[in-house]
Design a protein around this ligand. Structure first.
Ligand SMILES: [Zn+2]
Length: 430
């Protein structure tokens, strides 16, 4: 066999081998919202030990298997998180804004629903509100991601084979679950769910079903308060799910706010979110190693901000600048506006010099309000680190696919995002 035909045979072999792979019992699906390839590359430099010459690989490098195409079924190739998550959860592309409905606004069955029908335990973990677009597209159906109350209602009203769809939910969103017209938290408690509303009490959850809502909307950024809140929630979820059900579980974990930092064009914020997500992945990977009848699949719904490493004609990207920043742009702006010594606050929180050009910009922005001030902070950090951004929205570039454990071979190569869902649903149905 010459090289060409052996290559062809191996490609064909892959295509035909995938459906016959034995299905793993447990599925851990992790989505880095907005986590395009520049984020994982930036994270590698960000985490690197600067005292050695070699840039060390990260957890992402150890499990990379392929790429995914993210375009929606819309009049654009740039997806939003709702269409992205719908493709990743149902295997069908839809329009931007769609929550597990097709372009005719008809409900699409999600992999979480298939898992529930098959008798598996189901779980959603996010640092956004738990009814935000990505988790929502696994357990609810709505023509618009903005219908937050209706989506939250679905988590208790959308019965799967007579049962509630999600056995474990950890994230934010009390604003949508405790309302004047309806108190869903009380309804969940009546349905037998344990409930906590403080991250510090996460460990008191000792059985499933359970729910933890730790913020009115999304949790605070990793860089601003609890740097490892996703890691903590992941740890609790995995320990509650381990050996809980003979039929296994489906767990979706979202690194929700990588995207939010990307929209804000805030590199220091994004790298701290990456750190929390990466540590959560380490826990999931260790779980797979201890429980080999498990697959871990990780991808992103799209990239955000058009992030790149290098800007303004310079052949540089300065991770040290990013590493010194001690808050999100918004929190640093808040501290500056409340400070009696703006120079000292600037230098402490940004790690940058307070030179006369900076002073001029900060003084002008102080009169314009917190948004203008936050922009000055983030621009200074981006300029000093040579971080580039093309947009405050999303971009259409391919995202990476990572896999570890039983059946990971199915995810090798360049694939549509819907193919990831199709393969996982295939495993769940086996
Ligand atoms: Zn976004």
């Amino acid at each position: 066999m010459n090289f060409k035909s052996s290559l062809l045979a191996s490609v064909v072999g892959l295509v035909f081998a995938a459906p016959t792979l034995a299905a793993p019992k447990n599925i851990i699906y992790m989505i880095g919202d907005g986590m395009g390839p520049a984020y994982t590359t930036g994270y590698r430099y960000f985490k690197d030990d600067p005292s050695t010459k070699v840039v060390d690989p990260t957890i992402f490098d150890s499990i990379l298997v392929g790429m995914a195409h993210t375009y929606p079924d819309d009049d654009t190739v740039v997806t939003d998180s709702a269409a992205g998550a719908t493709a990743l959860s149902t295997g069908t592309k839809s329009y931007n804004g769609a929550i597990a409905v097709d372009t005719h606004k008809e409900d699409l069955e999600t992999m979480l629903e298939v898992a529930k029908k098959k008798g598996k335990t189901t779980a959603l973990v996010a640092t956004s509100q738990i009814n935000h677009a990505t988790p929502a597209s696994f357990a609810s159906h709505n023509e618009s991601r903005r219908n937050y109350d209706e989506i939250a209602n679905d988590y208790i009203d959308n019965k799967i084979a007579g049962k509630l769809p999600v056995d474990l939910m950890l994230g934010g969103g009390t604003k949508y679950f405790i309302r004047e017209d309806r108190n869903l938290v009380s309804e969940f408690k009546e349905a037998g769910y344990q409930y906590v509303d403080e991250l510090a009490k996460l460990d008191t959850l000792n059985k499933i079903p359970a729910m933890g809502l730790f913020a009115e909307v999304g949790l605070p950024y990793a860089i601003d308060e609890e740097p490892k809140r996703l890691t903590k929630m992941t740890k609790t979820a995995l320990s509650l799910l381990e050996n809980q059900n003979d039929k296994g579980f489906f767990l979706m974990i979202e690194g929700s706010q990588i995207d939010w930092c990307g929209h804000a064009n805030d590199i220091a914020c994004a790298m701290r979110e990456m750190d929390d997500f990466a540590e959560s992945i380490m826990l999931a990977k260790a779980f797979v190693d201890d429980n080999p009848d498990t697959i871990l699949v990780i991808t992103a719904d799209h990239s955000t901000g058009g992030l790149t490493l290098g800007a303004n004609g310079q052949y540089r990207w300065e991770r040290d600048v990013v590493a010194k920043v001690k808050g999100s742009g918004d929190e640093i702006a808040k501290a500056l506006s409340e400070s009696k010594d703006v120079k000292a606050t600037w230098e402490t929180l940004t790690g940058l010099d307070y030179d006369s050009a900076t002073e001029l910009k900060v003084k002008e922005a102080l009169g314009l309000g917190s948004k203008a001030l936050s922009l000055v902070v983030k621009d200074a950090i981006s300029d000093a680190s040579f971080t580039g951004w093309t947009t405050g929205g999303h971009t259409a570039i391919d995202v990476q696919v990572f896999a570890h454990g039983k059946g990971k071979e199915a995810f090798i190569g360049s694939q549509n995002n819907t193919a990831i869902a199709d393969k996982l649903i295939g495993f769940i149905k086996q």
